[in-house]
Design a protein around this ligand. Structure first.
Ligand code: GLC
Length: 690
């Protein structure tokens, strides 16, 4: 049951799709205090209470012990010390003696002090008097998640090609660069489905333009690569370059589609293109206008986009810069600059980017209300992506378009996925990637993944290989890196065979991974789960944060430490371990419930199958559309019988619920002989059951 408590006059966020009648009276579980500008909710935790949720965030799956702030932030240096990442996802489950979920629908800062100030106290500060608080009570932990997912509506579904391996790098400038990447993959027979075009493909970083010096005939390049099974995915940035003659800028100014400053003039900030205006995505006319701009690239044959810098990221504002200059001038007058003045000097310059003060300098027009940005900050990236998603409904009504964003708020999951932003080539960020997946899924964000290999810093061959071994399971499997870092396309390294093998395994797994994704999206379920969700009675399973359940049959236990040639794994029940060297070179071992140390060499990948479960595998290929999914290998662990629901469609259309897409496969063991039944005659199977 979900109870909705309304405080003041909440700003409409459209995070939820169901309008619940308000509940009167005091909120259960939480002690509420009203201060001058905020509401504070407190909950006394006992020693064993755990906290789950908060979507895209740092640290563990159990959020207890740290302080988190919902405040969409562009932070490429995110480490354990930080409190906010790119998304704001205010859904939390308190699990313990009392188990309940809560969702705070408020688009500005919400602070979740999860036992940071006081070890045994959860303290939530909502920095506004106007918000909705939902309390979710169900009979189990997973039922709470499901109820919440039903409240916020269905998850975005990507086209099937976007379940292939994808290569990105900031720095591919022109068609030669892109073709070099294609050749690197195709010549080495390493599968690939897409190449991303970062800001360099644009003409001077202007959205929806193509650099004429880099591309002689863009449409022809798009078509030529598509012939080879490769899609190009361009970036769209939030800031629109201020430049006379640039139509997007001129139209935006003329129609009043940009955010304004206090005086009502178009607000100016600086991002990649230099000075920009920010489209006012909270204004529905702006959304419609900006969304239609994607047609420029759709008309060139483009079928996917990534929306970036939409927290929005601000490098500086002229006002902020002016204040910094003044500070520098003031300090410069002194003869002897004291150490604190020196720190001040440094900070005044280095804090010009993403400065909280700048987020108070601009305004949105929402209906007849003018709202200062910081009051609705967390809605910006969401509404940029919504602008595109809504436009695709009319521009491409019958076709799925790939779309994901950097910033997000709950509700955006209906329009697109996210990638987890600018991570670093650190082993700890591989582990963070693993830990972040279930909490994102809890918030409906299913199409997601991290920059494999790490965005900032120089990757190493072993880090990339290990990261790809986990990336094989993330719906978005994209290798991306920053300008100036070591080149990290899979073909740049020594052991090409291993890269080919690991990425090849992903393609073999696609029948399973795609089925699991579709079922999770269509049924408001989780694609990635913690062990605790599947084994609620197992008190040890709850401690495990570096193994995940993927879909209904599999558990993964990635290796995430350098030079490790194996790892400890906890099996909550007897399982079949599959050790892959390549898609076809595999070994199997049935392992007992309990703790094990398993050997996993650098070129190997392991996963585990639950008893009476199997996974459908295909024979692989170099891109998604080349896969033969009519003949499947059923690979699994059968004690008596198992059934599986396979999902297959054309990968583009939107008639998701068509019963023809669901195939029921049943395997049973009768007198030691295996029987397979299936309701689709065109499918044939090879059995590999243990
Ligand atoms: C941001 C994005 C990153 C991109 C870069 C240049 O840092 O997060 O993915 O490569 O901008 O566009």
């Amino acid at each position: 049951m979900i109870k909705r408590y309304i405080y003041g006059k909440p700003i409409e966020t459209e995070a939820v799709v169901k309008t619940l009648a308000p509940t009167e009276g005091t909120v259960p579980y939480l002690a509420a205090t009203e201060t001058e500008e905020a509401y504070v909710f407190e909950y006394d935790m006992n020693a064993y209470d755990r906290l789950y949720g908060l979507g895209e965030n740092i640290r563990g799956i159990n959020k207890r012990g740290h302080i988190y702030e919902s405040n969409c932030s562009d932070d490429p240096m995110h480490d354990e010390g930080k409190s906010s990442l790119y998304g704001a996802h205010n859904f939390l489950i308190i699990k313990g003696e009392k188990t309940f979920g809560l969702f705070i629908d408020m688009p500005s800062k919400v602070i979740f002090d999860c036992g940071y100030s006081h070890k045994d106290q959860l303290k939530i500060t909502v920095t506004s008097k106007d918000f909705d608080l939902y309390i979710i009570e169900e009979k189990s932990f997973t039922a709470i998640i499901k109820a919440f997912r039903e409240l916020i509506g269905p998850s975005y579904i990507a086209p099937k090609w976007a379940f292939g391996y994808q290569q990105s790098r900031w720095g591919y400038k022109n068609e030669e660069d892109l073709k070099k990447v294609v050749a690197g993959y195709r010549e080495n027979h390493i599968p690939l489905d897409a190449i991303y075009m970062d800001i360099d493909f644009m003409d001077n970083f202007k959205d929806f333009t193509i650099d004429p010096n880099g591309f002689s005939d863009f449409k022809a390049t798009v078509a030529e690569l598509k012939e080879q099974g490769i899609r190009l995915v361009p970036i769209v940035d939030a800031g629109v370059k201020i430049e006379k003659g640039y139509d997007v800028y001129e139209e935006g100014v003329e129609k009043g589609y940009f955010c304004t400053n206090e005086k009502g003039e178009d607000f100016v900030a600086a991002v990649w293109p230099g000075l920009v205006h920010f489209p006012d995505f909270l204004n529905k006319d702006t959304r419609k206008w900006f969304g239609e701009k994607y047609k420029i690239l759709l008309d060139e044959g483009i079928e996917g986009f990534w929306n970036d810098m939409n927290e929005p990221a601000i490098f500086y504002t002229p006002e902020g810069l002016q204040e910094a200059f003044e500070k520098v001038d003031e300090i410069r007058q002194k003869d002897n600059i004291g150490i604190y003045e020196y720190f001040d000097l440094k900070d005044s310059v280095s804090h010009t980017g993403n400065n909280p003060k700048d987020y108070q300098r601009f305004y949105h027009q929402v209906g007849d209300q003018r709202i200062r940005h910081d009051k609705v900050h967390n809605l910006y990236g969401y509404n940029m992506t919504r602008a595109a998603g809504e436009a695709f409904e009319t521009l491409e009504p019958d076709k799925r378009i790939l779309l994901f964003s950097r910033a997000s708020y709950i509700g955006m999951h209906r329009y697109g996925g996210i990638w987890t932003g600018d991570n670093i080539s650190w082993w700890s960020h591989l582990l963070l990637n693993i830990k972040m997946m279930p909490s994102l899924n809890m918030c409906g964000i299913l199409y997601t993944g991290a920059d494999l290999g790490g965005f900032g810093g120089n990757t190493t061959e072993d880090l990339l290989l290990r990261w790809l071994q986990f990336g094989c399971f993330t719906p978005l499997m994209r290798n991306h890196s920053a300008l100036g870092t070591r080149e990290q396309e899979a073909y740049q390294f020594t052991d090409l065979e291993s890269f080919k093998n690991i990425i090849g395994i992903r393609y073999g797994l696609v029948p399973y991974l795609y089925s699991e994704y579709m079922k999770a999206a269509l049924r408001n379920e989780l694609y990635f789960r913690t062990l605790m969700m599947d084994y609620p009675e197992d008190s040890f399973a709850e401690n495990v944060e570096d193994q995940l359940m993927v879909g209904e049959s599999l558990m993964v236990a990635p290796v995430y430490e350098q030079n490790a040639r194996g790892r400890y794994v906890y099996l909550p029940e007897e399982m079949l371990m599959i050790k892959f060297k390549s898609l076809t070179d595999r070994s199997y071992k049935i392992m007992e419930k309990g703790h094990h140390y398993i050997q996993v060499e650098l070129e190997e990948m392991v996963c585990f199958i639950k008893p009476n479960h199997f996974i459908p595998l295909c024979s692989g290929g170099e891109y998604i559309e080349a896969l033969d999914e009519n003949h499947l290998e059923l690979c699994g662990f059968i004690k008596d019988e198992a059934s599986y629901e396979l999902y297959q469609d054309d990968g583009f259309s939107k008639d998701y619920h068509n019963p023809a897409h669901f195939t029921h496969i049943k395997v049973s063991k009768e007198n030691k002989a295996l029987q397979v039944t299936c309701n689709k005659s065109e499918l044939s199977f090879t059995l590999n059951l243990h």
